[in-house]
Design a binder for this molecule. Structure first.
Ligand code: GLC
Length: 423
């Protein structure tokens, strides 16, 4: 009887604890683009947080294209959508979405110093920290070690050398029977990815950054014209015409099946290319992107993704705790190991486990620290319009619908219009 009473008491205590954790536990709705195996990785990364807090994560999957995501998120945020708590946000969006995102300054006060100050700064708008960094991004020139060796050629340092080397390997491989082989793939679809690629061609040829840090529209110049003409020359010669509709994943598709000598892509393609099921496992390496030669330096566009809490989130406390967990040193370490994502936590560039498993990461610290930002800071709320005019003009040149001098003259006038008196 006494024992019965005791066990009933214990049972009701257990039920009370369970009940309170059920009541306090929340579901965090997290909306994220899906490139490569991102979503499986994110689910795995969040498991310890789910176990520790009793909260659950619901991932709302979005297309891989940042342009498609942005269009949807803007609508949702404008409509005050309460169904999304946390957004994964591109590095270029902060000034445009700041008004609809929570200030994370207090929640992140004890951890911000772990991250590169430049990245925290890129997510700070008028003193408000609108997103916590999750991973940063800077592209690489991927190349087939085995094939460069086979044809006795070196990784190219200039765009001119890239074209010649790509052609040589392509001719050889086609002669050897692979009719589907191509020299070089990149992101040529009309979207934000093309802005990144074309900014690299232009900047590394001495043609500036489209709109300079002081707001000057600089894109209509001789060097930029030459850079776009060079890229136009690749199409159908070393690059399939289909590249005009490629985003990151289509370029990786052709590359990873072993049908390309070179690829421009972000670090996520490194771990996937070395996956057990990959035909090019251990056959490739990465180097910095080529330059226009002479005094010009290689240019890599700065990318990266962050985690932001919506102002309309229903589960704000759980959302803050999720964002803090996902951006933490330990989670970023797992994200680097599993998906070769570049950490934003400074100390992880000296982490021996990361260096052993994903050697691209310590090698890419300087590349990302010197990466070129897109003009999202000087053009403020108008960045998306500016970028979309730039990628459209570039796409017209690549597809032969326009010449580079014509396209850039029109672009300059369009950007003047968008700017008006001031950005
Ligand atoms: C990568 C970059 C992102 C960029 C996008 C373009 O995801 O991290 O910043 O906007 O590529 O496709």
């Amino acid at each position: 009887m006494v024992n019965g009473k005791k066990s009933a008491r214990i049972l009701s205590a257990v039920i009370a604890v369970l009940f309170s954790s059920v009541v306090n536990a929340a579901q965090v709705n997290f909306v994220s683009g899906a490139t490569g195996n991102d979503l499986e990785i994110f689910k795995q990364l969040a498991k310890p947080w789910e176990e520790e807090t009793g909260n659950t994560l619901n991932i709302v999957p979005m297309p891989s294209s940042t342009t498609d995501q942005f269009a949807q998120y803007r609508l949702w945020l404008a409509a005050g959508n309460e169904d999304i708590d946390v957004y994964m946000t591109d590095v270029i969006w902060a000034p445009q979405l700041a008004g609809q995102l929570e200030d994370l300054t207090d929640a992140a006060r004890d951890v911000v110093a772990d991250h590169f100050p430049s990245i925290i700064e890129s997510q700070t708008v008028d003193g408000k920290l609108v997103a916590m960094p999750f991973f940063t991004d800077a592209p690489a020139l991927y190349y087939r070690k085995d094939l460069l060796e086979k044809y006795g050629v070196e990784p190219p340092k200039t765009w001119e050398a890239l074209a010649a080397t790509a052609k040589k390997v392509q001719d050889g491989e086609r002669e050897a029977g692979n009719k589907d082989f191509w020299g070089f793939v990149f992101q040529g679809n009309a979207y934000e990815g093309l802005t990144c690629d074309a900014l690299e061609w232009v900047k590394s040829s001495g043609g500036g950054q489209i709109v300079e840090a002081d707001g000057t529209i600089s894109i209509n110049n001789e060097n930029a014209i030459k850079a776009l003409e060079t890229a136009r020359g690749w199409i159908s010669n070393i690059t399939p015409e289909g590249v005009l509709s490629y985003t990151e994943e289509e370029s990786r598709g052709l590359w990873q099946t072993g049908n390309a000598a070179f690829m421009r892509n972000w670090p996520y393609a490194y771990s996937l290319g070395n996956g057990d099921d990959s035909p090019i496992k251990d056959k490739f390496d990465v180097t910095i992107l080529p330059s226009g030669g002479g005094d010009n330096k290689s240019a890599a566009t700065l990318g990266g993704w962050n985690l932001a809490v919506s102002r309309y989130a229903k589960n704000k406390d759980a959302a803050f705790s999720f964002v803090k967990f996902m951006s933490s040193r330990e989670t970023q370490k797992q994200s680097a190991l599993l998906g070769s994502k570049l950490p934003t936590v400074i100390a992880l560039y000296d982490d021996a486990d990361i260096a052993a498993k994903q050697p691209i990461i310590p090698r890419w610290k300087d590349v990302f620290l010197q990466a070129v930002p897109r003009p999202s800071a000087p053009t403020k709320g108008k960045y998306n319009e500016v970028s979309s005019k730039f990628w459209s003009a570039t796409h017209e040149v690549l597809s032969g619908e326009s010449t580079a001098p014509d396209a850039l003259e029109v672009l300059e006038a369009e950007l003047q219009d968008i700017k008006g008196d001031a950005w």
